[in-house]
Every structure is written in structure tokens, then in C-alpha cells.
Write a protein that binds this ligand. Sequence first.
Ligand code: ADP
Ligand code: MG
Length: 264
Amino acid sequence: MVRTAGAAIEIRNVTQAFRSGGDDLPVLDNVSLSVAPGELVALVGPSGSGKSTLIRLLAGLDQPLFGSVSVDGKVVKSPDPSRSLVFQDPTLLPWRTVRGNVAIGPQARGVANRSKQRIDEALELVGLTDFADAWPAQLSGGMAQRAALARALVNDPPVLLLDEPLGKLDSLTRRVLQGELLRLWQERGFTAVLITHDVTEALVLADRLVVLSPRPARIREVVEIGLARPRDQSSPEFVQLRARILALLDEEATTPPDELEDVH
Ligand code: ADP
Ligand code: MG
């Protein structure tokens, strides 16, 4: 596999709302963010603030009500393998082996035969070579999530979108996969947007951390992390930064929203 050049992401004045019982439920309020090619940006914010809504717009699964999302200058209009999305739930097809699941993208594009080597390489990248012929039901949570990552990486995406990909894993597996994710990002060079609940995870991995307000999400603060990797979680700088972000999130959680909450 060749190293992929990451793409530039431009989120410009994005506002999103959903219809909810006849009313509009505002979810994103004028969000603007630029992500540089090859950058790893983490998004943190209260549950229900609109993080998944935002990443779905980046993936092209939905369209914003106002504003635009573009990647390398092209407006995102539909999903594309160049912008792979990995969810919390690995959603492997149970009737396909691990290799069969990783082959889904190349098969859909009619290039499965000539992608055989690439599929093997993707399995190797995530450490699943020995489990290529296993069935999803035989995998641990961590292994299933590795398979989901391989399924995304086989497309050599310039953009990898990660919606709490490690959220359901036990803390030990989570730590291991954080290291793997960091290695993959460093090796492959893609641009990554990572949603996480875990401030420590965001601080271990990201170049910048974006703190969102409660719904409707606005960008509350963008923090340049600026610590050398691998990051020492016990260093005073790390501890201080973590405390600052947690305080920001706490403040967000206790600040009453400036509009009436819906009662659903
Ligand atoms: P987060 O990922 O930050 O937890 P989401 O983006 O999933 O939050 O959801 C934000 C809000 O938008 C929630 O109140 C959710 O119920 C609502 N929402 C998300 N998707 C839809 C949809 N397709 N239709 C209606 N409401 C939605
Ligand atoms: Mg979510």
C-alpha cells in the first residue's frame, strides 16, 4: 500500500436541524472548522450535542440545512469510500468472514480480484492476518473493531471518520487500540476526525481538540494540543490540559441553554 495524502476538510457555517413532532430541533448552530491535510482532530462534547450529526455530514450521509462541507475543495454530496466512517458498533456482516467483510468496498467497486493484495495488507495493518478466515461471531470486541478499521483502510481513504470507535471496548483493549490507531494514522497519513467521550483519549491522539457546546452544538473552544507523541499522561502539561478541558465540559453541562429545551 502506498501512503495516502490526507485531504483538507472545510466545514463552513453549518447549521442542521431535524423535524421533531412538528417543530424543528436545532442540532448544529453555525459550525465552522478547517482540518488540514493529515491532521487528527478530536471532537468532544456532551452526549446528544450533535457530534454524530456533524460526522454524518462529513461522510455525506446527510446534507446540511445551511452551510457547506467540502473536502479538497469539492462539496460533499454523498458517501464515498474516500471518506470512510467507522462507528462504535463494528457492524460486520455475520455471514462473511473477516476477509469477506474487508473485501466489501473493493467488491462494490468491482475491483476485488486485483485488490487481493491490498485486502491482505489491510488485515496485516490491523493485526488480523491470522483471523482472516474467522467469522465475526468468533471475534472479541477489539478484534471486531480492528476488522471494521481494516474494512475502512482497504479503500486507502484520504479521510477517516471515527465516531466513538473505541467507545464500547474495555479500558485495556481501548488503550491498545488507541496506540494502533495512532500508528495507523502516522503510517498512512490520512486526515482523521475522531469523536470521543474520553478526554484522555482525545489528548493522547489528537493534534487539536474541539470542544462543542450542548445541542445545538456550537464550537466552544479549539485547543491546540502541541505535546510530542507518544504522550505522557502523567506529565504536568497533560494533566493540566485535561483538567482544563474537563472544566470546560462541566461548565457546558451546567450552563442553561439560551433557548427552551424541547420536552420530548
Ligand atoms: P451526539 O452524537 O453528540 O450524542 P447526535 O448528533 O447523535 O448527538 O444527536 C443530536 C440530537 O439530534 C439528538 O437530540 C438526537 O436525538 C437528534 N437527532 C439525530 N439524528 C436525528 C434524526 N435523523 N432525526 C431526528 N433527530 C435526530
Ligand atoms: Mg453520537
